[in-house]
Write a new protein. Structure first.
Length: 375
């Protein structure tokens, strides 16, 4: 994978990589708190393929508090949600296995399943046909039920329970990607983790969207045997995660709900202002608000996302084209914009988008490739 920061010129505003654009001050404070502890560590060699135990305990306690009773041995700490997905793909898939998933979806998951030589079995959003698809020879299913990347969709508790029960009845592991689950707007009804309703689902979580991607702390919640297997596989790659990051994350996980509530207002204000600015400067774009998350999924009135992204880049604005998020080709006419920048940056971004749209001439044929790296 390319390192995204190095391929974008500094003058470009990026609405492509959806993630917090700076660490919140609580991360530096958490590191400051662990310094004396780090200085006093002894009898600790620092290799923990399944994760630093106090962090596994803190994550397990949080699930238990949210209604999904969890023991620390059900948690594997990973270098972000992406490592969790990659390990799961390696553990659960053999070449040619079928993976049922919704489209469009998170491109990193598509990459992980493709790397395991799986065959993708895409379903529309809402996963109509899920029951039949998991019954007819699939090896794995993957869903992002809360603030889906890229659409922001939230599946109701009833629907997600139905999916989990259908997968369990078919004997298929269901990966529930809840990396974006903490991104509710203020006052939104809070849904418990899917594991609170069906314990057998495999959950992927992360601090990357709720706090900061640079922390590289995520996790997998599953049964202890699956976690032990993933930990063995993980040791092949890196023998375990960065211990100071996990020590800092231990305190952050305990405070995660209040940290997320504090940020939610800012994220909602940024969402509202992006929607308003788009309505003023690009009234021809059909833009729909989302109930939470961090991005808008926009069908362009004409042309395709990949060629528009190239025009936009000439106007110093980067957007994510839909073609990398959908193996069926049905999202080629979409772009994804995130709203994790300050409002003034978003305002500037919309002006650049409007200039790019005025300049945009769709090509006769789509030739732009899907981005090699997208989050
Ligand atoms: C749905 C989803 N899952 C997983 C990830 C990967 O998260 P991390 O940055 O923790 O590796 C992302 C990142 O964008 C995502 O959107």
């Amino acid at each position: 994978m390319r390192e995204i920061a190095s391929v974008i010129r500094p003058e470009v505003i990026s609405l492509a990589c959806a993630a917090p654009d700076a660490p919140p001050p609580e991360i530096a404070a958490a590191y400051a708190r662990i310094v004396p502890e780090l200085a006093g560590l002894s009898g600790e060699i620092g290799y923990h393929p399944a994760g630093y135990l106090p962090l596994r305990v803190a994550i397990a306690e949080r699930y238990t508090r949210l209604g999904a009773p969890t023991r620390p041995e059900q948690i594997l700490v990973t270098n972000g949600g992406q490592q969790g997905l990659t390990l799961l793909a390696r553990a659960l898939l053999r070449p040619g296995d079928r993976v049922v998933l919704e489209t469009p979806t998170y491109p990193g998951a598509l990459e992980a399943f493709r790397e395991a030589s799986a065959v993708l079995r895409p379903l529309p959003l809402g996963l109509t046909g899920f029951r039949t698809a998991v019954r007819s020879g699939a090896a794995l299913a993957y869903v992002t039920p809360t603030f889906q990347n890229p659409t922001g969709t939230v599946l109701s508790r009833l629907v997600r329970r139905g999916l989990a029960e259908a997968a369990a009845a078919a004997g298929i592991p269901l990966i529930v990607d809840e990396v974006l689950a903490e991104l509710a707007f203020p006052g939104a009804p809070e849904l418990p983790p899917t594991a609170a309703d069906v314990d057998s689902v495999i959950t992927v979580g992360s601090l990357s969207k709720s706090l900061w991607g640079g922390l590289r702390v995520g996790w997998v919640r599953a049964d202890p045997a699956t976690i032990a297997r993933l930990a063995r596989l993980r040791a092949v790659g890196d023998l375990g995660g960065n211990l100071p990051a996990q020590m800092a994350a231990t305190g952050l996980v305990a405070d995660l709900d209040s940290l997320c509530r504090a940020q939610a207002l800012t994220r909602k204000a940024a969402h509202d202002s992006l929607i308003e600015d788009l309505a003023v400067h690009l009234p021809q774009w059909p833009v729909a608000p989302v109930p939470g998350g961090q991005s808008l999924w926009i069908p362009l009135p004409h042309g395709d996302g990949a060629s528009f992204a190239q025009t936009a880049l000439r106007h110093d604005i980067a957007v994510l084209a839909g073609n990398g998020l959908d193996p069926t080709g049905s999202s080629d006419g979409h772009i994804r914009l995130h709203f994790r920048h300050p409002r003034s940056t978003l305002r500037d971004a919309v002006l650049r988008l409007a200039a790019a749209w005025a300049d945009y001439r769709p090509p006769a044929r789509i030739s732009a490739p899907a981005p090699a790296f997208a989050i």
